[in-house]
Ligand binder design. Structure first.
Ligand SMILES: *Cc1c(COP(=O)(O)O)cnc(C)c1O
Length: 228
């Protein structure tokens, strides 16, 4: 089932990208494996899936010994500063940095580990009180401060818009994130040539791709419904 779902997903990614004249190679699929057993990761990896998303540090630690070495783990959940060491140890990208304190905690451990890590700034683009993320008008200040930290490479922005019934309602939020990234890029604040935009999940990734997503985070459409 995972194989077939991945294939169908690739077709949908191709279609959404070509609809707006984008190269589908520029859309990275992160398979969100939270609350699925590690054998689901292994199975998806056998079908050439490389990037995986996890939300809970404890779960990452538990799965870590069995995760294939070439798999890249994206941390996409809320991260407490006191879990920064485990995140720095086990993850390849942290997508949810939304405050300086967390950046400093990560950097401290990364210096000790002699490791540099790619991060994204999580932006609460829809000003949803239920969602984490820095406010859009604070993102630049945070980015400037995070850029001072030696072992973090700020590669772009990530967002989770407010949950809506109709995925089309996510579009203005995705567009706003892209425009924010563009504004920061125009000031040469990212340490990469082209900033990453992590946005879009199972319900709305096609719209996110149309609006410029370079990373989409898809769980249910690959692994099925998660247990509550
Ligand atoms: C769970 C989760 C996803 C994936 O959601 P699906 O609806 O299963 O595709 C994406 N991003 C974040 C931050 C998540 O927590």
């Amino acid at each position: 089932m995972i194989k077939k779902n991945l294939q169908q997903l690739k077709d949908r990614i191709d279609k959404a990208a070509s609809k707006v004249g984008r190269n589908p190679m520029n859309v990275k699929l992160v398979a969100v494996s939270k609350r699925f057993p590690v054998h689901s990761i292994i199975e998806a990896h056998q079908h050439n899936q490389v990037h995986f998303g996890e939300n809970y540090i404890q779960e990452v630690q538990d799965k870590s010994p069995d995760i294939p070495k070439e798999a890249m783990i994206h941390f996409i959940g809320h991260l407490q500063s006191n879990k920064a060491k485990a995140a720095a140890t086990h993850c390849d990208m942290i997508e949810t940095v939304d405050r300086l304190k967390l950046g400093k905690a990560l950097n401290k451990h990364l210096v000790t580990l002699e490791k540099t890590i790619d991060i994204l700034i999580q932006v609460n683009i829809g000003e949803d009180p239920q969602k984490a993320g820095v406010a859009a008008n604070q993102a630049e200040d945070l980015l400037v401060q995070l850029n001072q930290l030696t072992n973090l490479r700020v590669c772009g922005l990530m967002t989770m818009p407010p949950q809506e019934e109709n995925p089309e309602q996510s579009r203005p939020h995705f567009r706003n994130l892209r425009q924010l990234a563009q504004k920061l890029q125009d000031k040469h604040l990212f340490k990469v040539e082209k900033p990453e935009l992590s946005m879009g999940m199972s319900a709305d990734f096609e719209i996110a791709i149309e609006e410029g997503a370079t990373i989409i985070r898809v769980g249910t459409a690959i692994f099925g419904a998660r247990q509550k």
